[in-house]
Write a protein that binds this ligand. Structure first.
Ligand SMILES: Nc1nc2c(c(=O)[nH]1)N[C@H]1C(S)=C(S)[C@@H](COP(=O)(O)O)O[C@H]1N2
Ligand SMILES: [Mo]
Length: 252
């Protein structure tokens, strides 16, 4: 089935499921503005598209709630990660001086940045909640360079539709659309609660996506790839999560 006819099926699927005229409009807009999530053919089918399209149309510019300093969790819980291995330990022993963030794909000036360089770029902080799909959450202050700044530096080309980001842990990779990539709260973080970002929480470098579930906030980020074709990554579902049955768009 061609992508176009499948998209048609998906958008008509929304209409059939929903029935209401407002949603007919939403489906048409979803199609016109390409608001079809990469995992739309997956087990969630039309439901995923509806959630993503509706959220995008309603909340494209909204900010995740920011909390006051006295709401910061006293004992944030670091989700356990798979063992990081000797190569990571060597980075750690060298205080991550050799850690690089590679930025490639559709950029006029592909580049790689050290942590020192990233720290020399404009910084922003926010105190927000991170929520795991398994039910727990905590509030912390996150500090880093806005992803939008990095995209500007490398000269992201106008046809970029997704930013794919990868972790030192090869099983963990994610992507976001441009609404989230350019969002002012989307940060490549290197500090948490005013101190260095601990390894357990994703240090030395963690992507922080404030409006989606915790799994979009990838730890140990090593590479960003700017693309107009998300289907060429992994199984073509936009990230590792949908391969295990979780949504690519994880609006919290
Ligand atoms: N590289 C990597 N990133 C990751 C994970 C992981 O295991 N490895 N876990 C994800 C999940 S499922 C969640 S909920 C959050 C947990 O963040 P926390 O440890 O700060 O609570 O990190 C996400 N990022
Ligand atoms: Mo999670």
């Amino acid at each position: 089935m061609s992508i176009l006819s499948r998209r048609k099926l998906i958008t008509t699927g929304i209409v059939a499921t929903a029935g209401a005229s407002g949603l007919v409009v939403a489906a048409k807009l979803a199609k016109r503005y390409g608001l079809i999530p990469p995992d739309s053919g997956g087990i969630y089918g039309p439901g995923e598209t509806l959630t993503y399209a509706a959220q995008r149309l309603l909340t494209r510019h909204s900010l995740a709630r920011e909390f006051s300093r006295n709401k910061i969790s006293a004992k944030p819980f670091a989700n356990e990660v798979a063992p990081l291995g000797d190569e990571f330990k060597r980075f750690q022993q060298g205080a991550f001086a050799d850690w690089r963030l590679v930025v490639d794909g559709l950029a006029a000036r592909p580049a790689s940045f050290s942590l020192a360089e990233l720290k020399s770029f404009p910084r922003r902080s926010h105190i927000t909640m991170i929520q795991c799909e398994e039910g727990w959450s905590y509030i912390a202050e996150w500090t880093g360079v806005p992803l939008s700044h990095v995209l500007e530096r490398v000269g992201a080309l106008p046809q970029v539709r997704y930013v794919v980001y990868r972790s030192f842990q090869p099983d963990w990779w994610e992507s976001i659309d441009m609404a989230d990539a350019l969002h002012p709260q989307t940060l490549l973080t290197y500090e948490m609660n005013g101190g260095e970002l601990p390894v357990g929480f994703g240090g030395p470098l963690r992507m922080r996506i404030s409006r989606q579930l915790g799994y979009k906030s990838l730890k140990y980020v090593t590479r960003l790839t700017l693309t107009d074709n998300i289907k060429q990554f992994g199984k073509g579902l936009g990230s590792a999560e949908p391969e295990g049955g979780y949504a690519w768009y994880a609006g919290a």
